[in-house]
Structures are given as C-alpha cells and as structure tokens.
Write a protein that binds this ligand. Structure first.
Ligand SMILES: [Fe+2]
Length: 432
C-alpha cells in the first residue's frame, strides 16, 4: 500500500490507496443513492433532447471510468460489452462513433438491472486497480481519477435536473422526495454591496482539482460595481411578470424576444397558473409558488430581461469571482437533501453577500470563452470543456443539486441562453 504526503490535484493530503478507494466508493454510492426514490419505469424516459434517461447517466459515467482509467491503466481489463462504448460515449469524437443523443430514450436494452451490473463490474475492477497501485502510479493517475469523480458528480446533478423534467411531464406530478419544510421566512431586504475598481486575479490558483476551463489564472480589470446581497426571489420575479415583463419587447435581447414568442413563454419553466395563482413542479411534487424562494429555471434571456426591468444588469464572471473572495463555500447543496432553492432568512444578511453558493446557478453576462492562454488537454479528454466555448453563457456558484465537494470559487458552468431546465437563477449587479 502506497502512502505519502503529496501536493496533488486533490490538494495537499495523504495519497494512499485507501483514500482513493474511499473517495471512489463515496461518489459512486451517492449516484445510486440519488436513484433510490425512482421506479424502474422512471429510468428510461427522455422527455426532451437535452434530457438523458437516468439509466443512460448511470451507464455513461461508468463508461467514462472504463475508458479513461481502467483501459489505459490495467492491461488485463476487458470491457464488459463491446457495444457499450457506442451507446454510452457522450460527445468524444476522438473515441469513435456513438449513438444519437436525442434517441437515448429509445433504448430498452441494456435493462436497468443490466446497467447496475455494468456499474458493479466496473466498480470491482476500479477498486482492485486502486488497491494495487504503487505510489508512483497513484500520483500519475490522480488527475484522471479526480476528473472521473468530478465528472460523476456533474452527472449526479444532471440526473436530478433531468428526472425533474421527466416527472414534470406526468400529469400526476409524481414526487421524487417529500418536502422538507424550509420555514419560508420574511424575505431578507435586498442590499447593495459595493466593490472598488480593481485589477485582480481570477482563475484557478492550482493546489487542488479544477477543470481546464478555469485556467490560466490571469488578471482582469473591473470598474467599481455593486452586487445584490441575495438572489432574486419568486415574489420579485412575479412583479416583473405582472408588469408585463414577458410582453414588452424593449426589455429583451432580439433572440430572447424571438424565443419568448416562439416558445410562448410567460413564466419560468415548471410554473403553471391555476385559478389565478402560480403553482410549480418541484422534486417534491406540484405546489404553490412561494414568494420568498429564489426564482429558478429561468433562461439567460429571462434573467437578462428581468435585470433590465429592475434597472440593473447581470454581473460579469470576473465581478462574481472577485466578490466571492472572502465568502466561505457554504449554502444549500444536494448534500442538504432539499432538492430545491431555499428562502433566505432576513436575519442572515446585514450588508453581506448571501446565497453566493448553492440554491441556484447564477447567470452571468459573460460569454463562455477561453481564458487568455487556455489550452485544452491533449487527447480525448481535451474534448471535455474547450470545444463548447461558443454560444453559451457562464453560470457561477452551484445549486441545490450540486455537491458541496464539487464546487469552487473559480468553477465555470455554462449553458446556452435559452436553457431553463437546470437549477438556474440570478443575482443583480449594477454600476456604482
Ligand atoms: Fe459526461
């Protein structure tokens, strides 16, 4: 058993076989824990092209371990099924042909049971590999091993957002998990927190895991700005709606206005009007919208229009990252088991930034583009992030479906401007 103190992509810690096995088991078992509320029929539905069936997520993350860790590192490893690579490769062109994404919901075989057998087979081989690696190989394989863990955590979040979409299409509005009361408090007043102009560093410093898109660390000049102390709430967003927000072209970007009309948007995704009141689908079933909760499931277009209506704007990602420098990474994450953004108690603000992490991913006005000097990794793993740096916007801070151990101040999530189905919301910024 290898054991030593190392500076690794997991941070400074004891690098040991036991530590790796434990990390692996924890992440893999949490994926399966998230599936416990599901019935077999829930696993196979693909309710729109962007949604993947739970079964596909379970198999895809397993394929990732098989392809990027087991096959290169274990000469004796034999893939369980020769065609799983075709079915469960997501978007890696360098790894060959693959099944058409919008047709993932048409695949009834492998069955759910066979998919779990695939997971067990790969788990057995990964654990046996991790147990026998010497110290040199452990250190060598740490980057790809850690990427595998974070990749699986990303898919844990996607599984939740996708199953929410699946269940929302069922008129019975099934409950994924019954609700834990968040004691909807009086809404904390919105305060503006000021930041002076600065030439500051953003991007990952090293010394722990990060995705390649968070580097290189570089300097950015920001003008003085103000950031709202909390997220925009449902109540505030309802005022925008009642003020004709969805009917006023002056508030919208041209593409946003076209989308509003084409998709006939009149509220966030999952909202429905019943007898003059707004209700919404949650992972705890269908219920009335609570004004104190952060607004969620709004697109970039909607966040941008709301900000314009509120005489403010969305923050840039540099502003967000500079503002969060002294803010601890804590909040309402998937670990809390709410699976929904929570209202902020009035007692928790007083001129400080709150809800920067967890609850909802915060749209920024920054296009998802490479940092100066960015170079994707060599080989297939270089397809992970870099090739998506076009026509998407950056979101920051994680959500109620993100794991606490997965998020960082420098983490850059990204989605197209019309996407609504992730736990995405907003915080306002403005000039001083
Ligand atoms: Fe993936």
């Amino acid at each position: 058993m290898a054991k030593s103190l190392k500076e690794s992509p997991l941070g400074t810690q004891v690098v040991s076989n036991e530590f790796f096995v434990e990390r692996y088991k924890n992440v893999r078992s949490f994926t399966e824990q998230l599936c416990e509320p599901l019935v077999t029929e829930d696993y196979v539905i693909q309710s729109m092209p962007d949604v993947s069936p739970t079964k596909w997520h379970l198999a895809h993350v397993t394929w990732f371990w098989e392809t990027f860790l087991l096959t290169p590192a274990d000469a004796d490893y034999k893939c369980l099924h020769p065609q799983y690579a075709y079915l469960f490769n997501s978007y890696y062109n360098t790894l060959g042909e693959r099944h058409c994404r919008p047709n993932r919901g048409l695949i009834s075989r492998p069955t759910v049971e066979e998919t779990y057998q695939y997971r067990a087979y790969v788990d057995e081989h990964v654990i046996s590999l991790l147990e026998k690696l010497d110290e040199r190989r452990l250190v060598e394989l740490t980057p790809i091993f850690t990427l595998g863990l974070h990749h699986e955590q990303q898919h844990q979040e996607l599984m939740l957002t996708d199953i929410k979409h699946v269940l929302s299409n069922n008129p019975l509005y099934p409950t994924y998990k019954s609700r834990v009361s968040t004691n909807a408090a009086r809404v904390a007043p919105l305060e503006w927190v000021s930041f002076p102009e600065s030439l500051d560093w953003i991007g990952h410093e090293g010394g722990g895991f990060s995705f390649d898109n968070e580097s290189p660390r570089h300097r950015q000049f920001v003008q003085s700005f103000q950031l709202a102390s909390r997220l925009v709430t449902n109540g505030e967003y309802m005022e925008f709606m009642e003020d004709g927000g969805y009917k006023n072209p002056l508030l919208w970007l041209s593409e946003g206005w076209a989308t509003v009309n084409q998709e006939e948007w009149e509220a966030p995704l999952y909202w429905e009007k019943r007898d003059g009141r707004w209700w919404m689908m949650t992972l705890s079933g269908f219920r009335e919208v609570e004004k104190a909760e952060p607004v969620c499931h709004v697109s970039y277009f909607e966040a941008d229009a709301y900000a314009r209506w509120a005489d403010a704007r969305l923050p840039t990602e540099a502003e967000w990252e500079i503002a969060v420098k002294d803010v601890p990474v804590e909040g309402n994450f998937v670990d809390d088991g709410l699976f929904h953004p929570a209202p902020l108690s009035a007692a928790t603000t007083s001129g400080k930034l709150a809800q920067m992490y967890g609850d909802v991913w915060e749209w920024t006005q920054s296009s998802y583009s490479p940092y100066p000097g960015f170079k994707p990794a060599a080989g297939a793993v270089g397809e992970y992030n870099g090739k998506f740096m076009c026509n998407q916007y950056v979101l920051r801070g994680g959500s109620c479906a993100t794991s606490l151990s997965h998020i960082r101040p420098t983490y850059r999530n990204f989605f197209p401007s019309n996407a609504q189905w992730q736990f995405m919301g907003m915080r306002l910024a403005r000039e001083v």
